[in-house]
Design a protein around this ligand. Structure first.
Ligand code: AMP
Ligand code: MG
Length: 414
């Protein structure tokens, strides 16, 4: 730089990433509509009610082992105990079995332990001969019995509203007796990519044209059971056309995501068009790299996120800001992603001013096991193929100019 200043001189005019995110979240109201669905159809959706167990878990005393149920009061002082086996209880039986005093019951894992029986012997610890068992180790009362309610009492909370119903949540809901649950309605999302240069992969390219990568990136990022997606494909940089598509999207969507056209060039129409159709712009400039041109705001009930056109910038701004706004809008409670620690494998020099998310590859580990990061390139916002080879993003604080090899950084692993 001619004046010797190693900083981005306009950075102070921009919002910090965390202020921008706060403002984004403040306009991303959670959906209010919900629906009740059978559990099979609720998988992958966002839970809209706090759930408590409908029953004690386990619901009845049951055996934790395959073996033999006994009454410890039947055992005397003999060195080897010897009991006849008087019956059999398997998982699914009612557990109302009775057996004469001084006898054992064959029992299997998950089978109800009949009244008065107070211990289960593992079959590995018994010798079995002519319908009798012999064992030498005296069991303690309660051994290998899972008591009713010992995991959870009926009425105890199991899940909070705002979680995504994944495998673990679905299993917990099923075990607690939920045949159906209340979930948020699907989030209606419309996407389109602005740019007269964009062509669909598979078509031939004319001079000056490029393939539309952002569309496919967004299709992948939005491939979620709680999203109802409208894909308007590419839209040329023609104000009347862009305005029409934007206006329609505002009327029918909870969230609109566009790429490109949010910068300051003559062909960057989105900020002006968004205002023209009545949109309230919340944020225009964020001190982040990549991704300086990003905007978001609200138009009626629709939330609008205008991502930069450069694919790496679009990806990073989406991950750092857009995805969190969408999650909140969909009813998900906020789960802050905690970055890992990592160390630089090589020194770093850059211009201070903007918080940077630099694509990196993991190159071995430091002696304490921390991943070592190799920087991929200093200039990368359009290099989308590079992103596919990266292992994650290194977070470089806004004020940082130089860092030595071995320096610790936050690392967001893909
Ligand atoms: P813009 O933000 O519209 O000025 O675009 C910035 C850069 O990103 C330009 O080089 C565009 O050609 C490129 N670009 C914009 N949209 C896309 C897209 N959907 N796929 C790939 N590159 C894009
Ligand atoms: Mg453009």
């Amino acid at each position: 730089m001619a004046d010797g200043c190693a900083c981005d001189r306009h950075a102070h005019m921009y919002l910090t990433v965390s202020d921008a995110l706060d403002r984004g979240l403040s306009v991303a109201d959670p959906l209010t509509g919900t629906e009740t669905l059978p559990l099979t159809q609720a998988i992958g959706r966002v839970l809209a009610e706090d759930c408590a167990s409908k029953l004690d878990m386990p619901a009845f005393d049951n055996s934790a082992m395959d073996g033999y149920a006994i009454r410890t009061s039947d055992l005397g002082a003999e060195p080897v105990f010897d009991l006849p086996v008087a019956g059999r209880v398997a998982a699914g039986d009612s557990g109302t079995h009775t057996a004469p005093k001084g006898s054992a019951l064959r029992i299997f894992t998950g089978a109800p332990v009949p009244p008065e029986f107070d211990a289960v012997l593992m079959q590995e610890d018994c010798d079995v001969l002519n319908g009798r068992i012999q064992f030498s180790h005296r069991p303690k009362p309660g051994q290998h019995i899972r008591r009713a309610g010992e995991d959870l009492k009926a009425g105890a909370p199991i899940l909070r509203r705002g979680c995504e119903i994944g495998a673990r949540e679905a299993a917990a809901l099923a075990a607690s007796g939920y045949g159906e649950v209340e979930v948020y309605r699907k989030l209606k999302v419309t996407i389109f990519s602005t740019g007269s240069e964009l062509r669909q992969p598979g078509e031939p390219l004319e001079p000056g044209q490029i393939y539309n990568s952002n569309r496919y990136m967004l299709l992948a990022l939005l491939n979620k059971p709680w999203v109802e997606l409208t894909d308007r494909g590419p839209v040329a940089d023609k104000p009347a056309l862009l305005e029409q598509v934007l206006r329609e999207a505002c009327e029918t969507s909870d969230l609109i995501i566009t790429t490109g056209g949010v910068s300051v060039g003559d062909e960057d129409h989105m900020p002006r068009l968004f205002s023209a159709i009545g949109g309230q712009t919340e944020v225009m400039k964020v001190a982040m790299k990549p991704g300086k041109p990003i905007m978001f705001g609200r138009c009626g009930d629709a939330l609008y996120v205008g991502l930069p056109g450069n694919p790496v910038s679009a990806y990073v701004t989406w991950q750092i800001i857009g995805a969190q706004m969408m999650a909140r809008r969909a009813g998900l409670h906020r789960v802050e992603r905690t970055p890992e620690h990592a160390v630089l494998a090589e020194p770093l020099q850059r211009r201070a001013g903007r918080q940077e998310y630099r694509p990196v590859r993991i190159d071995g580990t430091a002696p304490d096991g921390t991943p070592r990061l190799r920087l991929m390139a200093a200039s990368y916002s359009g290099r989308v193929a590079l992103l596919a080879q990266a292992d994650g993003l290194a977070v470089i604080p806004a004020e940082t100019e130089v860092l030595p090899a071995g320096h610790r950084l936050d690392f967001l692993r893909f």
